[in-house]
Ligand binder design. Structure first.
Ligand SMILES: [Ca+2]
Ligand SMILES: [Ca+2]
Length: 539
């Protein structure tokens, strides 16, 4: 289980000092707990608050706990991640863009998910965060934090085998994290030996919470009594596991150590098999109040609701870790809670309006997600920031907040937004956000590189397509004026001014792709006919 920390760059002395300091001062504001809740496939508009989406709340989904989190913290409107599951997780864990050697995860599965009739062939890629990478969890564990992973992992156990599973990637505790992108069902099931368990490949640690709902449970957690005796839903089991972990930690021998937690839910990814009582609630609502925001899948709404209830349980557990009703043991004010999603809402399950398209694409509906951060007393409450954030930014941000030294062996591609969190209104002119995707994802993505950058106060996105070989055939949008990406600025007659913007963005994109830095190995698609690599064409 407990792999040695394999980053030689953090001196043992420093780690020892940090541990000692932590013990001496117990928990203090300079070393907060960090609880990072990552929802799966929850879209930018899949919340009942408009705080994270410029006032586009869903009129159908119910997320009062996320709304509470936003009221008590800071909501972000321009948070970017990768367009699907594994690449975002790899970027969060490694702090690196896909082309860097500590990551290498560009797509779920492979880069050739476009069939055999497409003109280019995608290169090989990683499915796991390589074992040599120093994950953010390893950095925190080395600094004396107690680290735990809950839920979906997805970026270990493939080509890297056990050496890339959560237990080997810095997490002392692992509740349910394995190689799978989605569990075979949403519920626990009874095995041949009579024991209840979540279907493989989830972990025994999570199976401890697989027993069916009983009377005490439904009373305690406000579950409908009709669920008594029914199999436990995975989302609820994750909340059970968190409460149990926190209660044990706070009363245990290491209670003086802060915790670093990834609570990465399987909800609201398919299979869309929600808790029956919640599904019934939303079926009724659908009949009584049909959605005008394009949200009309009652079962999906029930998954979102369960996810939100789970967020509420996490917040309550922080308020009262031992669960005795007395909050004098609250650790809320010494805990940074972050909520985000790993990609845009999936087409067919939800609508990301006003954003274009959905999960899997490089349009805003695929990559722009809700983000909220709460740390009472440190993050000004009820605030908003439109600074651009990318998944690679979380690693350096968490390090800065906790005063943990960056591992010297790990190039971090992101930019910390710790100062933004501490002070509302802080202007952060983030360098551009980049994407490199040298393959295919069915009809959603083709080989392309993308830049989102601010020029003269306007935010632009440029998508270059490798198959065209023609920079002129790129797409370019002004996101400040056209968040729905309805007007491709490179179509029709293109003015000199627009061409100059394109040239500027293309230049920055090439400079990023062609940088000469440690471990940077962008891979390019090959031409199907000639077998030759297809690098980006210059304008
Ligand atoms: Ca996902
Ligand atoms: Ca208590």
């Amino acid at each position: 289980m407990k792999e040695p920390f394999h980053c030689p760059a953090i001196p043992a002395l420093l780690a020892a000092f940090v541990v000692a300091a932590g013990s001496a001062s117990a928990k203090d504001a300079t070393r907060p707990n960090i609880v990072f809740i990552l929802s799966d496939d929850q879209g930018w508009a899949d919340l009942s608050t408009g705080a994270t989406n410029f006032g586009h709340p869903s009129d159908f989904y119910e997320t009062p706990n996320l709304a509470r989190l936003a009221k008590e913290g800071m909501a972000f409107t321009s948070a970017y991640v990768q367009p699907n599951c594994a690449p975002t997780r790899a970027a969060l864990l490694s702090g690196q863009y896909a082309p860097r050697s500590g990551n290498g995860v560009y797509n779920v599965g492979s880069l050739n998910r476009g069939g055999k009739n497409v003109p280019l062939i995608g290169p090989p890629q990683n499915e796991d965060v390589p074992a040599k990478s120093t994950t953010v969890a390893e950095a925190f564990r080395a600094a004396g934090y107690v680290t735990a992973h809950f839920g979906k992992y997805h970026v270990g156990g493939h080509e890297g085998g056990k050496s890339t599973l959560p237990e080997a990637a810095g997490f002392e505790f692992n509740f349910g994290g394995g190689k799978a992108g989605s569990p075979p069902g949403g519920y626990a099931a009874r095995k041949l030996d009579g024991k209840w368990a979540f279907m493989q490949p989830l972990t025994p640690a999570l199976d401890a919470f697989a027993a069916p709902y009983d009377e005490a449970y439904v009373r305690k957690h406000g579950v409908s009594p009709e669920m008594i005796g029914k199999p436990k839903h995975l989302t609820d089991a994750l909340a059970d596991a968190f409460e149990s972990f926190l209660a044990k930690h706070e009363s245990g021998a290491e209670a003086d150590k802060p915790i670093y937690v990834h609570f990465w839910t399987h909800a609201v990814h398919g299979p869309i098999r929600p808790r029956a009582d919640l599904a019934k609630t939303f079926e009724e609502r659908k009949r009584a109040h049909p959605s005008k925001t394009g949200h009309d899948n009652a079962k999906y709404a029930a998954l979102i609701s369960d996810l939100d209830l789970t967020v509420g349980r996490i917040l309550r557990a922080l308020d009262d870790p031992d669960g005795d009703g007395d909050t004098s043991d609250s650790i809320a004010s010494e805990t940074l809670v972050v909520f985000a999603s790993d990609n845009g809402g999936a087409g067919g399950a939800t609508s990301n309006r006003p954003l274009r398209r959905a999960k899997g694409t490089f349009y805003e509906g695929g990559i722009r997600v809700p983000l909220i951060a709460r740390w009472p007393g440190a993050i000004p409450k009820g605030t908003h920031s439109d600074t651009m954030i990318h998944a690679v930014d979380f690693y350096p941000t968490f390090l800065e907040i906790a005063g943990v030294e960056p591992p010297k062996s790990q190039v971090l591609d992101g930019v910390s937004f710790a100062k933004v969190l501490r002070s509302a209104g802080t202007v952060r002119n983030r360098k551009p956000v980049f994407y490199h995707f040298p393959g295919y994802l069915d009809n959603r993505a083709d080989p392309s590189s993308t830049i989102i950058a601010e020029l003269d106060g306007q935010r632009y996105k440029l998508i270059y397509h490798y198959a065209s070989g023609a920079p002129e055939a790129s797409e370019m949008y002004n996101l400040s004026k056209d968040i729905g990406e309805t007007s491709n600025l490179l179509e029709g007659d293109v003015s000199k001014e627009t061409r100059a913007i394109q040239r500027s963005l293309t230049g920055k994109l090439h400079a990023w792709l062609e940088q000469d830095t440690d471990g940077w190995h962008p891979v390019y698609p090959k031409d199907r006919k000639t077998g030759k690599p297809v690098p980006p064409a210059h304008l």
